[in-house]
Design a protein around this ligand. Structure first.
Ligand code: AMP
Length: 395
């Protein structure tokens, strides 16, 4: 696996695919700089060696050139994070881009305009990728969030660099963290899967059954299992057409020696709202008119014991409707359990969508070992897929 350490960037121009797909408010100000901060380590390391950086990224989903999606809006934020001047170029290919790159001196940074202003980017157009490739001596991919897309700048471009390509620090950390959970893990290994639907996590479950010793199934998706096992779930969310599959998963888990933990009690609400009436119930005894919205106290205690008995922990998906304060307790309790396990030496990885939002919201982001920056990309890796953006560098 080639990383920055394999190159000397002195007097070299690095073309770096970053993920600067940051949220903007109505005044086009960046409201969350996390993704820019995530790319900092790669950029500053290259600059410190006397190299220069050509930054390429997408922003949002523009249809052709749309001012609202211009990366011009983020230049000040990038400068603030990197603590240096960043020259903006209003195109990512063509003479504007080639001229700016030709003038680039060691230690300088340019940011090119949104790649997705060209439909060739998402189509993985080879000619477009070749034009981009002329803008640097070494290609560095540091955009985990788009590594599962075979786009021109994330994948196709790599073929024009033969040996002169590598992973940036962020992407290599992402790969190492997932590898630490799936392949080089210290046992016992635990995966916690929560969230709304079984259907969106089936392939993940099937793949990780071969990798883990314990599996916690929580959140909305647990009700499909409970109902399939004969419990009464009232109005809780459930995918009836996945009940067979739920039983099959339990069977497979048993055959593979994986211990599955399902909530035993729930906080049930009489309405899907923060000020609904609530009661704590046995998970198999939820009456009509009530729905399970969070893990109950016994489940939280059971999960705490499992988490703290494990050495490697993967967490994907909340244990309840954490967006509503009244139903966030189970997810917060799990955060505390993982925090304690991590302090006691476990490796903990949080990734793939809503659980990342939850750990940030409840202040656990720096208490776990690693928080992944890629939602879809992370889920695909957990499904056992090789991501095109990663494969292109390894080739
Ligand atoms: P996912 O994107 O599949 O990880 O699902 C995350 C969503 O699942 C969040 O928006 C949660 O509010 C939701 N969720 C978790 N538990 C429940 C539940 N018991 N009932 C309904 N939605 C839930």
């Amino acid at each position: 696996m080639k990383t920055l350490k394999d190159f000397n960037f002195k007097n070299k121009k690095a073309i770096i695919r970053v993920d600067f797909n940051v949220p903007l408010n109505n005044e086009f100000q960046v409201t969350d700089i996390t993704r820019i901060q995530a790319a900092k380590s790669t950029i500053t390391e290259i600059l410190a060696q006397g190299g220069s950086c050509v930054l390429i990224s997408h922003l949002g989903r523009p249809k052709g050139f749309q001012e609202a999606f211009s990366l011009q809006h983020i230049v000040k934020s990038v400068e603030a994070v990197l603590n240096c001047n960043v020259k903006f170029v209003a195109d990512c290919v063509g003479t504007k881009a080639t001229d700016a790159v030709a003038d680039l001196a060691p230690g300088e940074v340019v940011l090119l305009e949104n790649l997705r202003f060209y439909e060739e980017e998402k189509k993985g157009d080879v000619a477009f990728a070749e034009k981009l490739s002329k803008l640097g001596d070494i290609y560095v991919n540091d955009a985990f969030g788009t590594a599962h897309r075979a786009h021109a700048s994330t994948t196709i471009i790599a073929q024009f660099f033969e040996d002169n390509k590598c992973f940036g620090n962020l992407l290599s950390r992402e790969i190492e963290s997932i590898d630490k959970v799936l392949n080089n893990s210290e046992k016992p290994v635990l995966a916690i899967l929560g969230g709304a639907k079984v259907s969106s996590k089936i392939t993940v479950i099937e793949n990780i059954l071969d990798k883990v010793d314990h599996l916690i199934i929580g959140g909305g998706m647990s009700f499909t299992f409970v109902k399939a096992l004969g419990g009464k779930i009232g109005n809780s969310i459930c995918e009836d057409d996945k009940m067979e599959l739920a039983l099959e998963i339990l069977k497979q888990a048993k055959a593979k020696g994986v211990e599955v933990h399902i909530p035993v009690d729930v906080i049930a609400a009489d309405d899907f709202s923060n000020d609904a009436n609530t009661q704590t119930l046995d998970i198999n005894e939820i009456p009509e008119g009530w729905e399970g919205v969070d893990a109950g106290p016994k489940s939280r205690a059971n999960f705490d014991a499992v988490v703290n008995a494990c050495k490697t922990i993967l967490w994907n998906g909340p244990l309840g409707v954490f967006e509503m304060e009244a139903f966030a307790g189970g997810t917060i309790a799990l955060g505390h359990s993982i925090d304690r396990a991590t302090k006691n030496g476990a490796f903990s990885l949080v990734g793939g969508g809503d659980s990342v939002a939850a750990v940030k919201q409840f202040g656990f982001a720096d208490k776990v070992s690693y928080v992944s920056t890629g939602g879809g990309a992370m889920l695909e890796m957990l499904e056992g897929k090789t991501l095109p953006g990663i494969e292109a560098i390894l080739k």
